[in-house]
Design a protein around this ligand. Structure first.
Ligand SMILES: [Zn+2]
Length: 133
C-alpha cells in the first residue's frame, strides 16, 4: 500500500488515480519528490485559501482614522498590520482571526464616525434654526 499524494489515505500500489479523491498519483520512482511537491502546493493553496488581503483593510482603516473616528481606526490599522504579518509567517488561522477583528473594528469605526457626523450636522441645523427664529 502507498498513500495518496493529496488526501494521504492508503491506496493500492498500482493505482494511477486515488479512489477517494481522484487525484492522479505520481509515478513510483518519483514518489518522494511527488510528495514534497504535493505538500508544497498544499501549503500554497492553504495560504491562498486564507487569502485575506490586508491592503483594503489598511486603506479603510486609514480613511476611518483620518475622517471618522481615530481611536477605533487605529485599532483597525493594528489588526490590518497583523494580517500582513500572519500572511508572511504563513499562519492562515492567525490571518483570518486578525481579518475578523479588523472587520469588526472597521465597522465600529465607520458606524461611530457616521453617527458623529449625523449628530454634528443635526446640531448645526439646530443652531441655524435657532438663529432664524
Ligand atoms: Zn486521495
Amino acid at each position: 500500500m502507498k498513500n495518496c499524494i493529496n488526501c494521504y489515505r492508503e491506496i493500492p500500489d498500482d493505482s494511477i488515480f486515488c479512489p477517494y479523491c481522484g487525484v492522479r498519483q505520481y509515478a513510483e520512482q518519483n514518489q518522494s519528490t511527488g510528495q514534497e511537491e504535493a505538500q508544497e502546493s498544499a501549503q500554497q493553496t492553504a495560504g491562498q485559501a486564507s487569502g485575506e488581503n490586508w491592503v483594503p483593510y489598511l486603506v479603510l482603516a486609514i480613511i476611518s482614522t483620518v475622517c471618522c473616528c481615530p481611536p477605533f481606526g487605529i485599532v483597525a490599522i493594528v489588526y490590518a498590520a497583523r494580517i500582513n504579518n500572519a500572511i508572511i509567517a504563513n499562519d492562515s488561522a492567525e490571518a483570518q482571526r486578525a481579518a475578523g477583528n479588523a472587520r469588526i473594528w472597521l465597522i465600529v469605526a465607520y458606524t461611530v464616525g457616521i453617527l458623529m457626523w449625523i449628530f454634528y450636522l443635526i446640531s448645526q441645523i439646530g443652531f441655524w434654526a435657532y438663529d432664524v427664529f
